[in-house]
Design a protein around this ligand. Structure first.
Ligand code: ZN
Length: 464
């Protein structure tokens, strides 16, 4: 249940008197005042009207506008009246530069799509410049649609990290480890060495969490998987892997390892508390128990799973088992956008349809997956995922003025069932305003799009 907060008149008066005195007011850098504040804290508290005080990178208070005004003074104030203020959305699985392959090869099964189109296109076009241009485009799309943190796995991850930091987004970024020669490494050993250099370079960054990302069990041998997990443990960084995405993968695991994908990775000691598994579609009840026991975060990607007809992840079973479940878009080549609002809606609809239960994954559960659930899946729940004092100031302000959002009886219902990424007005990460009233502050929108269109010409030539 949600707890609505109301404030006693006496408290408001006392606070007003304090403000009038102009004393005891602490300095903040930014105050967002007047919106419906959806905290996503443990009691799903909504403060209406609410306000958020931010100092530097941190949220210092969430309260009524009167209370915040009486206790804080800030150099910048954002009026959020008529809008919803909520934690920035967390995309727990994507491949940012793959926005450059958006719409390049649609309507194919995963194996054909990967082996006939994506891997060959990547072999010909992926370079540091490709990755930089693609990441800027992805960052623009994410900021414009309310994503503040994303988990990535790709090549030249240090370039992705630099572009992500410049855009002002938070990223859990995994350097890909794969058995065959790819753009940034000829062997898995070279990829692992690259990953280690990358981890050392970004280990203490305020926005970037470096990670190691062995692609999947069917693209890495046992030694490479074990070495990847060991590298993650050595530096205590996340290990990201595609897991049990298709029935094909399960067949490979059963044929080669006499186990499920989850069971195989368990048998080689791969799992640890900082592992993040993308998809987890084809899992048994026993697999779910292993993932729970090993505290693995699972990234659910309903749109990619539907488009590639990979299958349906047992979301209600994961939630019932207490597995940390986040939501992802997957790369734009299999979605084909990075809009987490659409991912929320599809996650709810898909769960309802496939369980034949309209009460499955209600709006609140879908919103949880895209915020605090995603934070848990990434092992970052103490710093992001909800609007609470002491956490980083990662939040978005969403307009509710569209015809399709009128009238509004329940803000959570509207966020999941009618809101689109385009409705996001303001995006703030680590206390920094990246977009305000849809004006980008960190990226030059026209340049990012022009550069992507120019690069797309070389992608087109590479696949002809
Ligand atoms: Zn993926």
């Amino acid at each position: 249940m949600r707890a609505y907060v109301s404030f006693a008149v006496a408290i408001a008066l006392a606070a007003g008197a304090c403000a009038a005195a102009g004393q005891n007011r602490r300095a903040a850098t930014l105050i967002i005042s007047g919106g419906i504040v959806i905290t996503e804290n443990v009691s799903h508290q909504i403060v209406n009207p609410g306000a958020v005080a931010i100092n530097g990178a941190d949220i210092v208070a969430v309260d009524s506008p009167e209370s915040i005004a009486s206790r804080y003074t800030a150099s910048e104030t954002i009026d959020a009246r008529g809008q919803i203020v909520l934690p920035g959305l967390i995309n727990t699985h994507t491949h940012a530069p793959m926005v450059m392959f958006r719409g390049l090869a649609d309507d194919l099964a995963l194996r054909d799509w990967l082996q006939k189109y994506i891997f060959p296109a990547e072999a010909k076009s992926v370079s540091p410049e490709f990755v930089r241009t693609g990441t800027r485009l992805a960052a623009l799309e994410m900021i414009e649609s309310g994503t503040t943190t994303y988990a990535d796995m790709y090549y030249f991850e240090e370039e992705i990290a630099k572009a992500t930091r410049e855009a002002g987004l938070r990223g859990v970024l995994g350097e890909t480890i794969i058995q065959f020669p790819v753009a940034d490494a000829k062997t898995p050993a070279e990829a692992l060495a690259r990953a280690e250099t990358f981890i050392k370079a970004f280990k203490d960054d305020s926005l970037i969490v470096p990670a190691v990302a062995p692609h999947a069990i069917y693209t890495n041998d046992k030694e490479t998987l074990v070495a990847s997990a060991a590298l993650g443990r050595k530096y205590q960084v996340p290990v990201i892997i595609h897991l049990a995405e298709t029935e094909d993968e399960v067949k490979i695991a059963r044929d080669q390892h006499k186990a499920t994908p989850v069971g195989y990775l368990e048998s080689i000691g791969f799992w640890g508390p900082r592992t993040i598994a993308a998809h987890g579609v084809w899992v048994t009840d026993e697999d779910i128990q292993i993932l729970k026991r090993r505290q693995v975060g699972v990234a659910h990607n309903p749109e990619s799973n539907m488009k590639l007809a990979s299958g349906v992840a047992p979301v209600t079973k994961y939630l019932a088992a207490g597995v940390s479940l986040g939501l992802g878009t997957d790369g734009a080549a299999s979605n084909n956008d990075l809009d987490m609002f659409e991912a929320m809606r599809q996650a709810a609809f898909l769960a309802k349809l496939t369980t034949k239960d309209p009460t499955a994954v209600p709006a609140q559960a879908a919103l949880d997956m895209a915020t605090i659930g995603g934070a848990r899946a990434l092992g970052m729940q103490t710093s992001i995922g909800s609007l609470e004092a002491g956490k980083r100031a990662d939040l978005i302000i969403v307009s509710m003025a569209a015809a399709r959002q009128t009238p509004m009886f329940d803000p959570v219902s509207h966020l999941v069932y009618v809101t689109r990424g385009d409705d996001v007005r303001t995006t703030i990460v680590n206390g920094k305003v990246l977009m305000t009233d849809r004006q980008m502050r960190t990226l030059d929108r026209a340049t990012v799009i022009a550069d992507a269109n120019t690069l797309a010409e070389s992608v087109r030539r590479a696949v002809q």
